[in-house]
Design a protein around this ligand. Structure first.
Ligand SMILES: Cc1cc2nc3c(=O)[nH]c(=O)nc-3n(C[C@H](O)[C@H](O)[C@H](O)COP(=O)(O)O)c2cc1C
Length: 228
């Protein structure tokens, strides 16, 4: 394993992935949508979420003027549509129509919601903060909806099609998955027991099985089996 020094700009990519959002907006009869990867929960009470948008984006103007926005969270079924919406500006184009997306009315705001997404968060603008070369729009959450198949107090991650899409960078995305249950024990000194007796036994059994396979198949055959 090699630890490599990265560029300062790598910090943003390393902090992905959270679910990618498609931010929808409406103003004077016009609508727009753009994928925004930089979103964050900011406060529980009042419920506030943040959405970081470059001031050159049409979305930034749409949020500023309408003082509202919706966060639509897509699954892998909307991968192409998400990339398409992020490929050009909606300043002089109806991207939602061109993407062939079906919309439905939000509960409390005029921005449309995208059918086929897994969850939807409606926000009124609570604060606008200029931060470096971007603008942080702080949204006061006014409505939240989610699909039963996708969410029950937390993301279920039971089925790929109902798991959120996350943005890695460039043209790369991933589906959030492989949920793990974290339980741990502490020893008499309060230190973490990284591996208890049962886990050690399971690991040793697994290692013994791998050794037997290696002996039976030879190193090359074993590597081929592992990669194939
Ligand atoms: C997956 C993805 C995530 C993106 N995340 C952000 C982001 O967090 N903030 C931002 O300002 N632009 C982001 N962009 C770029 C905008 O979505 C893109 O510039 C878009 O065309 C802007 O459209 P608009 O001018 O209609 O608002 C992202 C693009 C993609 C494809």
């Amino acid at each position: 394993m090699v630890r490599r020094l990265c560029d300062e700009t790598d910090a943003r990519r390393l902090l992905n992935p959270g679910p990618v959002a498609i931010v929808t907006t409406a103003w004077r009869g016009l609508t727009n949508a753009a994928p925004i990867a930089w979103t964050a929960p900011l406060s529980m009470e009042p419920p506030l979420v943040g959405c970081v948008v470059h001031p050159h984006r049409h979305t930034a103007d749409m949020i500023r003027f309408s003082e509202e926005f919706a966060i639509n969270i897509p699954g892998p079924g909307l991968l192409k549509q998400t990339a398409f919406l992020g490929s050009h500006t909606g300043l002089n184009a109806n991207k939602l129509e061109a993407a062939g997306l079906t919309l439905f009315n939000a509960l409390r705001i005029s921005a449309p919601l995208i059918d086929g997404c897994l969850a939807w968060i409606e926000c009124g603008v609570h604060d606008v903060i200029r931060i470096g070369d971007h603008t942080l729009f702080v949204g006061r959450v006014t409505g939240v909806q989610a699909l039963d198949e996708a969410y029950a107090g937390s993301w279920l991650l039971a089925e790929r099609q109902y798991s959120p899409l996350t943005y890695i960078g460039g043209t790369k995305y991933a589906v959030v998955g492989d949920p793990l249950e974290a339980t741990f024990e502490v020893d008499a000194q309060g230190g973490l027991v990284v591996e208890n007796a049962e886990e050690r036994e399971r690991r040793e059994e697994e290692e013994a099985r791998e050794r037997e396979l290696r002996d039976a198949e030879g190193e090359q055959g074993y590597q081929e089996m592992r990669s194939g």
